[in-house]
Design a protein around this ligand. Structure first.
Ligand SMILES: [Fe+2]
Ligand SMILES: [Fe+2]
Length: 189
């Protein structure tokens, strides 16, 4: 199996988990989150000179643990790194590249980007934040449907979430999404 086939297989594993009844987020986490994290992570990897293949795999797997099992959601970055190790080892992926994927997943929730992160990890944390800003309807769904918030509670929760997301991004990512962010902010304020 070549790497392109392996990525297609990983993509299917994650999409199938998103379709499962046990996935508490619904299929939207695939169609309105992961697909966009992959897209932005690859665009960023090209800009930052990061390993595109590592970044694509990490983007596909970054939220996998919490999708697969809701009990793993609270620590999904840690369980996700473990799942990535298991899946990629089964595919015979090189261990140095597996480590890079795991680093990306472990640090994707960090609220502050530090210089210690690899450029691949920076791509994933930033792309995750970009997907939140670009997919506001999915955040609104989370606020009003999943969390049952009132109109203003939900509005402020989403506004706060996208503002934190903007802070989490590297400057390149912020530039890419800033116009969209300003429009969303104008609607929510
Ligand atoms: Fe996550
Ligand atoms: Fe995510």
């Amino acid at each position: 199996m070549n790497n392109e086939e392996m990525i297609a297989r990983i993509s299917k594993i994650v999409e199938n988990a998103c379709k499962s009844d046990s996935n508490i987020f619904g299929y939207g986490i695939w169609s309105h989150h992961i697909v966009y994290v992959v897209k932005y992570a690859i665009e960023l990897a090209k800009k930052l000179g990061a390993d595109i293949e590592v970044v694509e795999i990490a983007a596909l797997l970054h939220d996998y643990a919490g999708i697969k099992d809701q009990l793993l959601e609270a620590e999904h970055h840690i369980h996700g790194a473990f799942e990535a190790d298991r899946i990629l080892t089964e595919f015979g992926y090189p261990s140095d590249k597996i480590q890079k994927v795991k680093d990306c997943i472990l640090s994707h929730r960090g609220s502050v980007l530090s210089e210690r992160l690899t450029s691949e990890a920076e791509c994933i944390a930033s792309a995750d934040a970009m997907a939140h800003v670009s997919q506001v309807p999915s955040l609104l769904h989370l606020a009003y449907v999943s969390h049952g918030m009132s109109i203003d509670e939900g509005r402020l929760w989403v506004l706060n979430k996208i503002e934190r997301s903007m802070k989490k991004m590297c400057p390149e990512a912020r530039n890419m999404i800033n116009d969209h962010y300003l429009k969303v902010k104008a609607v929510l304020e």
